[in-house]
Design a protein around this ligand. Structure first.
Ligand SMILES: Nc1ncnc2c1ncn2[C@@H]1O[C@H](COP(=O)(O)OP(=O)(O)O)[C@@H](O)[C@H]1O
Ligand SMILES: [Mg+2]
Length: 239
């Protein structure tokens, strides 16, 4: 089922086009990576897809329902979440538990099922032993992990992740990719993940979308690799 459908998206910062005529889609049950050099407008594309930024032209459709006919739940992990304020007063467990509230409603007491989700999420990122630590005591990589745990605790259908493994070592990153692969293939989740290291993720992802600029450094074009074969989908040419 199509969860994200973007058609001919063009985005400008002031008068500067950073994305031109970009089309892509992401379906349920697939793990898709988004690559491109620094400044290729990966984060801008994600934010335009989410409606945080408003494209100049084009159409963005996010499915209102998941593949079971329920309201689609989306989780967005922005780039550099690890930079939370060192004085953040919550414990790790409180912070991750807060990911359950949108699901329960703010005034409903959390039950054993919620607690179980929080525990599973913290274990999945290797942070269960830190559950009673204050967030301010954690390293950047650990903060990144609990942000991921909070997102898992909310149990979304669609994950939109902007360089989620920043600050993690290679083993933890690989574990994370494995987990996202599992989420997509076993639980029918949909994952769109920006990554700076496509080689590292190759073994886990179903498809890669590559954003690049032309010779003049001006226009973003689009490449799509399906089953790791490079298939050119769209190229924008300008006089
Ligand atoms: N708020 C902004 N205002 C103006 N230009 C921006 C803004 N944010 C990003 N840019 C520019 O847009 C381009 C794409 O940025 P970004 O989407 O962050 O790229 P990426 O995530 O691929 O590194 C870059 O040239 C960047 O300098
Ligand atoms: Mg970025």
């Amino acid at each position: 089922m199509r969860y994200i459908d973007v058609e001919n998206l063009t985005f400008y910062y002031d008068k500067e086009p950073v994305l031109e005529n970009i089309s892509y889609h992401v379906d349920s049950g697939e793990f898709v990576t988004l690559t491109g050099e620094n400044g290729a407008a990966k984060s801008t594309l994600i934010k335009s897809t989410l409606g945080i930024l408003h494209p100049k032209h084009g159409k963005v459709t996010l499915s209102p329902k998941n593949d079971r006919g329920e309201k689609l739940r989306l989780a967005y992990l922005p780039q550099q979440v690890a930079s939370f304020n060192a004085g953040f007063p919550s414990s790790v467990r409180e912070f991750v538990t807060s990911g359950r509230y949108p699901r329960r409603g703010w005034f409903k007491k959390l039950n054993a099922h919620d607690e179980e989700h929080v525990k599973t999420a913290l274990k999945a990122v290797g942070m269960w032993d830190y559950r009673n630590h204050r967030i301010g005591e954690l390293s950047g990589g650990q903060k990144q992990r609990i942000a991921i745990a909070r997102m898992f605790a909310s149990d979304p259908d669609l994950f939109i992740l902007d360089e989620p493994t920043t600050g993690m070592d290679d083993v933890s990153s690989a574990d994370f990719y494995q987990l996202m692969h599992h989420a997509a293939h076993t639980h029918g989740k949909s994952v769109l993940m920006v990554t700076h290291d496509p080689d590292e993720v190759k073994a886990f992802a179903d498809r890669n979308i590559h954003l690049y600029k032309d010779q003049n450094g001006k226009f973003a074009c689009f490449d799509l690799h399906t089953d790791r074969e490079k298939v050119k989908v769209k190229e924008v040419t300008h006089a």
